[in-house]
Design a protein around this ligand. Structure first.
Ligand code: HEM
Length: 397
């Protein structure tokens, strides 16, 4: 079972449409062992919604990779909050929240609208576009770069590094070559942020890096490694996923024209439509790694202490025991307790920002691109299985 499922998950049909496989897993093997393809070991994958929720909220699991990996394999991402446990996680998340305030995020909205209008105008002038290159990618990248305080002219470079890190981190598809490129990209990103942090220490500005340097909690503050980890995490988490939400969301709307016209007639459904996009084509299909702190059982499967676990958000979000008619895209779906942003203590810190970006993007599309359509219905998906996003999406307007 395990090696055949690994082959299946690495196949083109799965990348194009993973949901029948997820349904079968939910029904037949809700917890299964997925071997790593290019290195020893593997991980338990959990597909059913209630089991995913159990692991996130109740199971004895930890995230701190430094407890199990040799120091030379750790990167700054391993020192960031996403791979830490309480009390370190609590402390890092609290310090980040001091800098990443709701006000800072809310204040970004006019700027997001401005960037979006400029990108849309360029598309309208040309009449055709690759929606990913011309809109879905630049919008979140410019936003997270400006938020952090990364100079505009460097956007392209760090976006390429971020892509390489994501592709190299896929244990199902990523080979030695991809892992090598990912390590090089991480080294380049670390050098880049080290220099930028040094500069901002001397000349603080009104940006998130300066705010993170200054963030204090009583006598506590971020040390150098933690600052670096935080910047790398925010940069990567802050754009890979939002690009995918906007790209996947548009493809879904253009394939389900009845839902698009319902939204055109009733823009008040935009908020629930975006939640449905997060459920229906989740940008994060599998969680980041967790490890069993003690042996425990789930859905009749014994997980040994130290073994790796991954939660299949993409499958859980289509679990029929929670979502009636789960393969139907319904912009009015309510309630919609999807796990597109995860759940529990690692629930996405950037969810409010991602929601604002998506709201601006789709309200502008409804308003300024009423005739938007697919130029071809053969979209190219990125060669990654734990994230879900398009490489290209040709459109006409
Ligand atoms: C549509 C866009 C986004 C999606 C779908 C998404 C999804 C997720 C998910 C599923 C997790 C939990 C992962 C796990 O438990 O293994 C997470 C965590 C996180 N996300 Fe996002 N994210 C998005 C946008 C953003 C943005 C814009 C930022 C920041 C600017 C961000 C920053 C973070 C951080 C810092 C964490 C770790 C939180 C913690 O460990 O406490 N994300 N995100």
């Amino acid at each position: 079972m395990s090696s055949s499922i690994a082959t299946e998950l690495a196949g083109a049909a799965f990348l194009a449409y993973p949901y029948p496989v997820y349904r079968r897993l939910i029904e037949q093997t809700p917890v299964f062992w997925l071997p790593h393809v290019h290195e020893p070991g593997g991980m338990w994958c959990v597909a059913r919604y209630r089991d995913v929720a159990f692991v996130l909220h109740h199971a004895p699991v930890f995230k701190d990779t430094s407890r199990i990996a040799p120091p030379e394999r750790l990167t700054p991402l391993d020192r960031a909050m996403l791979q830490r446990d309480p009390p370190d996680h609590t402390r890092l998340r609290r310090l980040a929240s001091h800098a990443f305030t709701p006000r800072r995020v809310q204040n970004l909205e006019p700027r997001i609208e401005q960037i979006s209008r400029r990108l849309i105008n360029q598309i309208r002038e040309r009449g055709t576009a690759d929606f990913i290159t011309d809109y879905a990618r630049p919008l979140p990248i410019i936003v997270i770069a400006e938020l952090l305080g990364v100079p505009f002219e460097d956007h392209e470079r760090f976006s390429a590094w971020s892509d390489q890190i994501m592709i190299g981190s896929d244990s199902v598809l990523g080979g030695e070559e991809a892992a090598h490129r990912s390590r090089e990209a991480m080294a380049a990103l670390v050098d880049y942020f080290t220099a930028l942090i040094r500069e901002r220490r001397q000349h603080p500005r009104d940006d998130l890096i300066s705010a993170l340097i200054a963030a204090r909690d009583a006598e506590d503050r971020l040390n150098e490694d933690e600052l670096l980890g935080m910047c790398v995490l925010l940069l990567i988490a802050g754009h890979e996923t939002t690009v995918n939400l906007i790209g996947n969301g548009l493809l879904t709307l253009l394939r389900q024209r009845d839902q698009l016209s319902l939204l055109q007639r009733h823009p008040e459904y935009l908020t629930s439509a975006i939640e449905e996009m997060l459920r229906y084509e989740s940008p994060v299909q599998r969680s980041t790694p967790r490890f069993a702190a003690a042996t425990f059982e789930i859905a009749g499967q014994r997980i040994e202490q130290g073994q790796q676990i991954s939660l299949m958000f993409g499958a859980a979000n289509r679990d029929p025991s929670l979502f009636p008619d789960p393969d139907r895209f319904d912009v009015t779906r309510h309630p919609n307790p999807h796990m597109g942003f995860g759940s529990g203590i690692h629930y996405c810190l950037g969810a409010p920002l991602a929601r604002i970006e998506a709201r601006v993007a789709f309200s502008h599309m409804l308003e300024y691109l009423p005739d938007i359509d697919l130029a071809t219905d053969q979209p190219q998906w990125k060669p990654v299985t734990w994230l879900r996003g398009l490489q290209r999406l040709p459109i006409s307007v």
